[in-house]
Design a protein around this ligand. Structure first.
Ligand code: ATP
Length: 234
């Protein structure tokens, strides 16, 4: 479904991403793990068109995403839940969800999607008129996920959904990711929380200083002694 091939990305003289290749197949949850500064966010931002690639290929169902404007990428069925959530703090919960449907025209269908999101996140329904900036961290993450679902994506790219959340909320958010995936949405997940990321994923890639250094079945990676030492605190 999503294919990244020999991707290179630079920030001026800093070569942040080196020949990164990865694939996400339909129905999968694929995790991209790595330490601070490994290049996880840069990889996602390049896939979603927020950052320009120096070279390489990114395709979704065979269509070239590089050089495609972001709304068109959303229209193809790719949605991004950015790092730090980036909700519209001054707007209400309901308005934030509406914003997630900006590429869609059919009002009745958009309304149905809002109801679907409220069905999945009752806490958002209770707070639909609340200004989003006053939501708790976990609620803001739910809103960011809900907003991304409003574009009816085939594939959801999530950047550090566990960031800043308590262990209990991390569990809740990961359960939601599992449910979203079970409902038919493919997921590419970027995480520093390697334990959670590997436990939920089918496959994973390990990024170190901008390079893929390991990849494979998530359960096998969890059992790998190097991964245990470097990422799972064993
Ligand atoms: P984190 O988990 O801390 O967010 P990450 O794995 O997502 O890390 P990136 O944010 O992609 O890593 O950063 C990869 C490299 O690119 C780092 O060396 C970082 O300093 C550098 N970098 C990221 N954004 C910029 C920028 N806007 N300008 C210059 N360098 C940048």
């Amino acid at each position: 479904m999503l294919k990244v091939k020999n991707l290179n990305v630079s920030y001026g003289a800093i070569h942040a991403i080196h020949d990164v290749s990865l694939e996400v197949n339909e129905g999968e949850i694929v995790s991209l793990i790595g330490a601070n500064g490994a290049g996880k966010t840069t990889t996602l931002s390049t896939i979603t068109g927020l950052k320009k690639a120096a070279s390489g290929e990114v395709t979704l169902d065979g269509q070239n995403l590089l050089a495609m404007p972001a709304p068109k990428i959303v229209g193809l069925g790719l949605a991004h839940v950015p790092e730090g959530r980036r909700i519209f703090a001054e707007m209400t919960v309901a308005e934030n969800l509406e914003m997630g449907a900006y590429t869609r025209r059919e009002r009745a269908e958009v309304q149905q999607s809002i109801e679907d999101v409220y069905g999945r996140f009752p806490r958002l329904k209770e707070r639909y008129r609340q200004v989003a900036g006053t939501l708790s961290g976990g609620e803001q993450q739910m809103l960011a996920i809900g907003r991304a679902l409003m574009s009816r994506p085939k594939i959801l790219l999530m950047d550090e959904p566990s960031m800043g959340l308590s262990p209990l909320l991390v569990k809740e958010i990961f359960a939601i990711i599992g449910e979203v995936n079970a409902s038919g949405v493919t997921v590419l997940l970027v995480e520093q929380n390697a334990k959670m990321a590997l436990s939920i994923a089918n496959r994973a890639y390990v990024l170190e200083t901008g390079r893929v250094v390991m990849e494979g079945d998530a359960k096998e990676l969890m059992g790998n002694s190097e991964i245990k030492k470097a990422y799972l605190g064993a």
